[in-house]
Structure formats: structure tokens, C-alpha cells
Design a protein around this ligand. Structure first.
Ligand code: SF4
Length: 258
């Protein structure tokens, strides 16, 4: 059974997540008066949590800003964007569902052996930027949480040879849309627990690889779990490391002015 918004607000975990999002928004100056923010909502646990928390923040904030939920239907057979749209609309939040032919494009263009997710995510990101623009939104909020940040950090170090995670607040390459990630201080475990308590109509993207998740990312998740047995605070320490960078103690010659 889905909790009402009032019941949800009384959950201790909701309060804890609200605090985490409020702190992230303040620490990274993510939201300003007059912002119109497109919130990417897929119907998965992360994006629902993001939307509910931003709406709560909007309701309580001393400044005025607007939210518009944007749903991209990539065309995977069986995806129920209508369920997501109906739920979001029932919350009184403006919502736009965009139907695309991404699935067809991926089926035609993908080279054998290349990553399904990378082309799908690229197309989706492009569609989100386009929609944010056409809906008059200057910001795009995405549902990446703290574990996404540290898994991405490990993936880039282990497989790409680059010291890079994600930004919490960054102007996109199109020069118009600022991407914000207000769930940076929330963990995946908390989000899973929260979803279990609230009982939202979670829908699957229904893509051909949704059940198998990226193998490399899955390995990073396992690795973190293994290390956590020995170093219980590893996740918070890694996240803290991202905001405590000492460029002089790295080997990037550009950073050394060479
Ligand atoms: S898991 Fe599926 S929907 Fe998500 S990026 Fe990969 S292909 Fe796309």
C-alpha cells in the first residue's frame, strides 16, 4: 500500500533523507530563487526518492522555485511510463512524458559487443537536455546517490585510468543546463529501505539488460561490500575524499602547471 504524503513525512527515514538532500543543496548551492528544475523520473527507486524530496524541499523552502518531472520513454516494450506519470500527477507536480524511438535507434546502430547502457544513457541524457530546454528549465536534477559517486570513482580508476567521479552541480556541455545531483549524501541502502516503507508504484525500464546491470559496476558494488567488512566507514570516507582533494599530491602535469 502506498503511504500518503503526510504518512511519508512522519517516517524517520524520510526526515533523515530530507536532511541529507537539504545539506547537499546548501553545500553545493544547487538551487536558487526562480530556478525551474526538470527532474528526471524513470519510475525507479532513485528518481522517485529524488522527486519526493525535492518537492518537500520546495514546499518548505523560503525561496521560490519550480519543479517539472520529465519521463523519457525509450520505447522498450512493456515500459509503463503512464503509471509513473499518473502517480506524479497525483502528487500535484507538473509532469511531461516524452516518447522516443531510442530502442529502435539502439537496435539499428549498436555494434556487436558494445555496451548497451552507454548508448542508451547517452540518448536519454540528450533527450533530457532537450526537454529541459523546451520546458524552460535552467536545471536538470538527476537521481544519482552517494554509492553511484563512489562506484564511478572506482570504475574510472580501475578501467579508464582517470581520477574522476561525478559533479553535484555542473553546467552541462550545452552551456545552458545545470545538472544537479541532490542525492549525493543519500546511500543506496537508505533509498531501498525508504521505497520499501513508502510502497510507491516502482516500474522497470524493461530494457534488455535491466536485470543484468553493468558487470563492471556490479563488481565495484561487491568489492565495496567486501571491503566494508574490514573498513565499516569506507563509503563515507570515499565520499569525503571527493571533497578533500590535494592536487599537488597527484601526478596530473596540468594541475602542476607543467
Ligand atoms: S540499464 Fe537499461 S535503461 Fe538503464 S542505461 Fe542500461 S540499457 Fe538503458
Amino acid at each position: 500500500m502506498t503511504l500518503t504524503q503526510q504518512e511519508m513525512r512522519e517516517l524517520p527515514l524520510f526526515r533523515r533523507l530530507r536532511h541529507a538532500v537539504g545539506k547537499a543543496v546548501a553545500d553545493f548551492a544547487m538551487i536558487r530563487e526562480g530556478d525551474r528544475i526538470a527532474v528526471g523520473v524513470s519510475g525507479g527507486k532513485d528518481s522517485y526518492t529524488l522527486l519526493l524530496l525535492l518537492e518537500e524541499l520546495r514546499r518548505r523552502a523560503p525561496i521560490d522555485f519550480q519543479l517539472v518531472a520529465v519521463i523519457i520513454d525509450s520505447g522498450y516494450p512493456g515500459y509503463r511510463g503512464d503509471i509513473v506519470r499518473d502517480y506524479v500527477t497525483s502528487l500535484g507536480i507538473p509532469c511531461h512524458l516524452e516518447t522516443t524511438t531510442h530502442y529502435e535507434i539502439i537496435t539499428e546502430k549498436r555494434r556487436p559487443g558494445s555496451s548497451y547502457c552507454s548508448i542508451c544513457a547517452r540518448l536519454k541524457r540528450g533527450a533530457l537536455y532537450g526537454l529541459a530546454d523546451s520546458l524552460g528549465c535552467n536545471k536538470l536534477a538527476l537521481g544519482h546517490h552517494g554509492d553511484d559517486f563512489i562506484e564511478t570513482l572506482l570504475l574510472n580508476q580501475f578501467f579508464v585510468g582517470s581520477l574522476k567521479a561525478m559533479s553535484a552541480n555542473m553546467l552541462a556541455d550545452n552551456g545552458r543546463t545545470t545538472v544537479i545531483r541532490p542525492l549525493v549524501y543519500a546511500s543506496e541502502e537508505e533509498i531501498v529501505d525508504f521505497m520499501g516503507q513508502v510502497g510507491l508504484p516502482v516500474v522497470s525500464c524493461n530494457c534488455p539488460v535491466s536485470d543484468s546491470t553493468d558487470l563492471k559496476r556490479r563488481r565495484m558494488k561487491e568489492l565495496l561490500k567486501e571491503l566494508e567488512q574490514e573498513i565499516p566507514h569506507i563509503r563515507s570516507s570515499m565520499l569525503k575524499a571527493l571533497s578533500n582533494v590535494h592536487p599537488r599530491h597527484l601526478l596530473d602535469q596540468q594541475l602542476q602547471g607543467l
